[in-house]
Design a protein around this ligand. Structure first.
Ligand SMILES: NC(=O)c1ccc[n+]([C@@H]2O[C@H](COP(=O)([O-])OP(=O)(O)OC[C@H]3O[C@@H](n4cnc5c(N)ncnc54)[C@H](O)[C@@H]3O)[C@@H](O)[C@H]2O)c1
Length: 309
């Protein structure tokens, strides 16, 4: 039996990870301050004695005995992370320092949820892990992008200096049941607008692209990554390399929801990346992993979830 700490465990990805790792064998400590989530996502796990909920802000140190740490705590959607950018940087950077300090103290293996945002508005396509990125250090997205870059640096320095067993994954856009309906991410936005019969808002002309990974595929690869030998650290891209324009996503959402909503266009937000597509060769080669659930199937499952809310 392992004792596993999942920071941000009540959030979208964290709650799926709690569910998957909580398999009767492990003891799960789900840590969250509910900044961008609620207990609702994990309430069904609470009756299990091997599942524990801890209200804590990772910008403050914590002392507990654990074997593994999955560090996911951080608001991920622009609406949430731009609401209090100073707190966002603190959560990412102080949070990383506190979690790495804990891992060092107790000898735990530690996973970091990094992001494709470390590539900024990329000048190479698709993005490989050795690309250093094209990031604005002083824009509205910087608290998140630069915060996550600094966290990666901290992880690798702790490994170098203290021989920590680290795993750093760069997660690309992920969607699925459990997403916050008002978090402003494109998949949840389009589905909620389509279900409510409201206009579907596309920023810019809709030709910008993203690659969308269904949450089950992503959680599976995170767990696989964590099982690799010490020294296999990443950074490793994880996501679905199939690329869609925002216009294609909007049209597919309209089709699957049978919605009569109209597509309208709004001004593109500052520093919005034009294209994103992970090169997942490393994950394929090392973990023998690639996503199984394609967009149409994943969207149908996600639409059902939003309809049920
Ligand atoms: N979902 C994606 O597409 C995506 C893409 C790239 C990276 N990521 C990364 O994965 C992680 C999880 O993302 P998500 O989509 O589940 O986001 P989310 O906002 O749903 O979950 C984040 C969780 O962290 C908690 N949190 C925030 N600040 C905290 C703090 N100071 N102390 C304790 N808890 C705190 C929130 O309350 C929330 O439960 C994040 O680190 C994010 O950067 C996600």
């Amino acid at each position: 039996m392992k004792r596993i700490l999942i920071t941000g465990g009540a959030g979208f990805l964290g709650s799926h990870l709690c569910e998957k790792l909580h398999n009767g064998k492990n003891e799960i400590i789900c840590l969250d301050n509910y900044y961008s989530s609620s207990k609702q996502n994990i309430i069904h796990l609470l009756q299990n004695p091997r599942f524990e909920l801890l209200r804590h802000d990772i910008t403050f140190p914590i002392y507990i005995e654990v074997d593994e740490i999955y560090n996911l705590a951080c608001p991920a959607s622009p609406v949430h992370y731009q609401r209090d950018p100073v707190q966002t940087s603190k959560t990412i950077v102080h949070g990383a320092i506190n979690m790495l300090g804990l891992a060092k103290r107790v000898g735990a293996k530690i996973f970091q949820a990094s992001t494709s945002e470390v590539y900024g508005d990329p000048l190479i396509h698709p993005q490989t892990e050795n690309y250093w990125g094209n990031v604005n250090p002083v824009g509205i997205r910087s608290c998140y992008d630069e915060g996550k870059r600094c966290a990666e640096t901290l992880f690798f320095d702790y490994q170098l200096q203290h021989n920590l067993d680290i795993k750093v994954a760069r997660i690309f856009n992920t969607y699925g049941p459990g997403m916050h309906p008002n978090d402003g991410r494109v998949v949840s936005n389009f589905i909620v607008q389509a279900i409510k019969g409201k206009d579907i808002t596309i920023y810019g002309d809709g030709s910008q692209t993203r690659s969308f990974c269904y949450v089950d595929d992503l959680v599976n690869v995170i767990i696989k990554f964590m099982k690799t030998e010490k020294g296999f650290t990443g950074p490793m891209n994880i996501g679905n390399p199939n690329e869609f324009t925002m216009l294609e996503l909007a049209e597919l959402t309209l089709e699957l929801t049978n919605s009569k909503s109209k597509i309208i266009h709004q001004t593109l937000p500052e520093d919005d990346p034009k294209q994103r597509q992970p090169d997942i060769s490393l994950a394929k080669e090392k973990l023998n992993w690639e996503p199984k659930i394609q967009l149409r199937d994943g969207l149908e499952r996600t639409i059902k979830y939003f309809q049920s809310l």
